[in-house]
Design a protein around this ligand. Structure first.
Ligand SMILES: [Zn+2]
Ligand SMILES: [Zn+2]
Length: 306
């Protein structure tokens, strides 16, 4: 081996990754095992999955959700009688969704996982492209609200007891920072996995401690990497600015994103029973969880009908 090639800190194999925050060089095998262990730990500490759960996995066919399904499938033997069901949403975004839906279909049939496809058109009567005409700058928040609604309906139809999404550490850290920048304390302390009182299907984010970069590396090592098109609406997102800023910080100060997530979790524990954390109610229109007078989807319906 070339003397300059770093060796895995845990064995004698050549390293493929340097984990800056841990100061460890890791080979492919040890890196993969580390990711799997971190996901298993996150699920265990936050009791995301319990025996007999039916876990609906939101599978867009993109990187995060592909990694999520692979990881949950790999970890299944850890839990007694747990089943996975994949749900894919077709928002109706021309030139973007076709490929990712195909990749979702291939993955689920390869893993032998039940797969449900649901479209915006069938639920809302139109594609996202149609809804967004003249509202492109609000694309991500409108789409986000509608996707959430479709996922809840899909999870209910599949009789799921948990709804898992592929949000990664970058997403979570960005959300924490955005809520702080907006001064939105209630949203900062809201914990969607615990807020269910048996009434709503709890949402879980098993990849919340895995960075976007680690997910990409994991997929490459698992031979599941593919270059998929980016959603054409992301260029409108404000999140992009926060993302750029945070990745600069993470590079200079490794561990920044994890620290942000941990601060949120600490505040969440303190805010749990305080007035900051508004209790979730059922939307009077549709019965979905909501914190205001109407749920976000019903508010959006009113806006789109105008
Ligand atoms: Zn190793
Ligand atoms: Zn509603």
């Amino acid at each position: 081996m070339h003397p300059d090639v770093p060796v895995c800190s845990l064995c004698t194999e050549p390293a493929v990754v340097y984990q800056r925050s841990l100061n460890l060089h890791l080979c492919g095998t040890h890196f993969t095992a580390d990711v799997e262990q971190r996901v298993a730990d996150t699920i265990k500490t936050r009791q995301m999955i319990v025996p007999h759960d039916r876990v609906a996995v939101a599978l867009s066919g993109g990187k995060d959700s592909t990694a999520l399904l692979l990881l949950l499938h790999h970890l299944l033997p850890l839990w007694e009688d747990v089943r996975l069901i994949a749900i894919t949403i077709d928002e109706g975004i021309t030139g973007y969704r076709e490929e990712t839906i195909q990749s979702a279909e291939q993955l689920t049939s390869w893993l032998g996982i039940e797969h449900h496809c649901m479209s915006f058109s069938s639920l809302f009567g139109n594609s996202l492209d149609t809804f967004l005409k003249g509202r492109e700058t609000q694309a991500c928040s409108i789409c986000g609200i509608m996707r959430k609604k479709v996922l809840v309906v899909g999870a209910q139809q599949a009789r799921a007891t948990k709804l898992a999404t592929g949000h990664n550490l970058d997403d979570e850290a960005q959300s924490v920072l955005m809520n702080v920048l907006r001064g939105d304390l209630p949203r900062l302390v809201r914990n969607s996995s615990r807020e269910s009182s048996g009434k709503f299907i709890p949402r879980i984010k098993p990849l919340s401690r895995i960075s976007e970069k680690d997910i990409a590396t994991y997929l490459m090592l698992k031979d599941a990497w593919s270059e998929l098109p980016e959603c054409p609406y992301t260029r409108y997102a404000v999140r992009l600015e926060v993302r750029t800023m945070l990745s600069g910080f993470e590079y200079k100060h490794p561990g920044t994103m994890l620290h942000l997530l941990e601060s949120k979790e600490k505040i969440e524990r303190i805010g749990k029973d305080s007035v900051i954390s508004e209790p979730l109610r059922s939307c009077p229109e549709c019965g979905d969880p909501c914190s205001g007078d109407l749920c976000q989807m019903c508010l959006l319906r009113q806006l789109l009908d105008r």
